[in-house]
Structures are given as C-alpha cells and as structure tokens.
Design a protein around this ligand. Structure first.
Ligand SMILES: [Zn+2]
Length: 279
C-alpha cells in the first residue's frame, strides 16, 4: 500500500466540506458478506447437494420448479445476508471515518448495512432495493412490506426443500405473489420513498458542488456502472472542488480522463479504511 497516497487520502478526508460515498458489491464482500466459498457451503450444504448450486450469485437465476422450493432457498438467503449479520465492522469503520462531516451514501447494495452501521436513513439512497422488503410482483400498487416475520417463518417451517404452501407470500391487494424488492426488471417498484431518496441525493450534490466535496467510491464494478461509477467520474471531472477516491481491487481503471488529484487504490478496502482510522 502506497503510504503517500494514503496520507493524501487522509488529508482529503479531514479537509473535506462534505463526503459522498458510493458503494457496490465489492464493499459488502470486503466486509465479510461473501456469496461463495465457506459462507455459502456452511449455510447451504443441503441445497448444494440437491440442486448442485455453486454460489449465492448464480442461485438468483436458478429455476426452482415451485414457489415452495424457491422460498425455502431464498428465505434462508435473505436471513443470512440481511437479518443475521448485524452491523459489520467495515461499515462501522466507514461511519466513523465520515462522522462529523455532512455525508451522503448512494449504494447498489441491498443488505441494509449502511443503516445498520449508523448512517441516517435520510442520507442513504439504496437504488436497487432491500432484502428486507417485499413488493407486489405485478406490481399492482407500490407499497413495500417489511418481510422479517414472513422470512423467519419460512426458514423455520421448511421441510424437504419446501415451505408450506400457506406461507408463500401473497400480495394483500391483488393476490399475486410478492417478490423481494430487488431490481431485476421493469417490475421493480420505485415508490415515493425511492424518489424522495433520489431527490435528496441530487440535492446533496447540488448543495456541495462548489465546495470541497470528497467522493469515495468503494467496490463498484461494471454490473451497473451508470448508477455510481460513471456519474462519479463525471462529477470529479466537472466539479473543480471535487476529488474522487476509488478503491477497487478488480476494476480500478477509469473509463474517462480524470483530474490529477484523483486517487485510485487497488488494495483491500478493509486495509485502507483501517489504516486511515488508526494512523
Ligand atoms: Zn398486487
């Protein structure tokens, strides 16, 4: 790890008037929410044996034949990725790092970790949904439903890779199935809360665009670069007071020309954030 770059990052944090954080899957993986390897094999030995599943990414596309089987798998998936972990150390460190500064988070992660770690809900824009919520699959209306109790019941009552049919989540309005509130296609619900968060995100940028705005991008790859990655590069290039810091192990290269003060780290996010806090 480059000590000079780290020192520069540290002074950017202390001199910033405001901090914008953008986070993708790489951040939660670095925080410990890995979707493959031991975390997968420890939690799904039965499903792996029966369905030959390889990791928690590809199971999102596995064609379970019945809703009873889908929910037997997915209720456990939601439980271990959303309800069991609690606030993870890396997210708590990020919260300490920005504390005392006006800060806003935009994230494609759906695990709720920023809020769990202490970031105020009103300063988070989770663009792609949240494991903790259900929506109508049609969708016939735009209410989102807290799914904690439904998920726990499905986890508890499943037997032989099936939940009891009466536990299949159904829309209380039209009777069609409920889906996890995760963006997979055009049925994703963007309700008034979603639009309000989008508006607060724009307002935050508008408010600080003439100031020293530190833009920190963490683990954002190329699944959905138009949400965080490309706009962040554009802001860094267009706003004289803004500086972009990117931490990305796999995809560090910028897609467009960036100002000289841009900092790009290819190290583990944990190591960098810990070094910033400790030294
Ligand atoms: Zn409905």
């Amino acid at each position: 790890m480059d000590a000079n770059k780290l020192k520069k990052f540290k002074s950017l944090v202390s001199e910033a008037d405001a901090i914008l954080v953008g986070a993708g899957a790489g951040l939660s993986a670095a925080a410990g929410l890995t979707y493959s390897g031991k975390r997968f094999t420890d939690n799904f030995p039965d499903f792996i044996e029966r369905y030959h599943l390889t990791d928690m990414y590809s199971t999102a596309f596995y064609p379970f034949e019945t809703p009873e089987e889908f929910w037997a798998y997915f209720s456990r998936h939601i439980k271990i990725n959303r309800y069991d972990p609690g606030p993870l150390g890396l997210y708590k460190k990020l919260y300490s790092l920005v504390s005392g500064k006006p800060a806003f988070v935009i994230t494609t992660n759906v695990d709720g970790q920023f809020a769990l770690a202490g970031f105020p809900e009103e300063n988070i824009f989770a663009t792609q949904g949240d494991y903790a919520l259900f929506q109508c699959s049609t969708p016939c209306h735009d209410t989102l439903y807290d799914n904690h109790d439904m998920v726990m019941a499905m986890v508890e009552k499943q037997e032989n890779f099936r939940i009891p049919p009466e536990l299949i989540p159904k829309c209380p309005v039209c009777g069609e199935r409920l889906d996890p509130h995760l963006r997979k296609d055009g049925t994703f619900v963007e309700n008034s809360d979603w639009h309000a968060a989008a508006a607060r995100y724009s307002a935050f940028i508008g408010k600080w665009k003439e100031n020293r705005l530190l833009i920190i991008e963490l683990g954002v790859g190329f699944n959905t670069p138009a949400i965080i990655r490309w706009p962040f590069e554009k802001m860094a290039a267009a706003m004289p007071g803004a500086t972009l810091v990117r931490i990305n192990k796999d995809n560090p290269e910028p897609s467009s020309a960036l100002p000289d003060d841009t900092l790009i780290f290819q190290d583990d996010i944990n190591r960098i954030v810990s070094s910033l806090l400790n030294g």
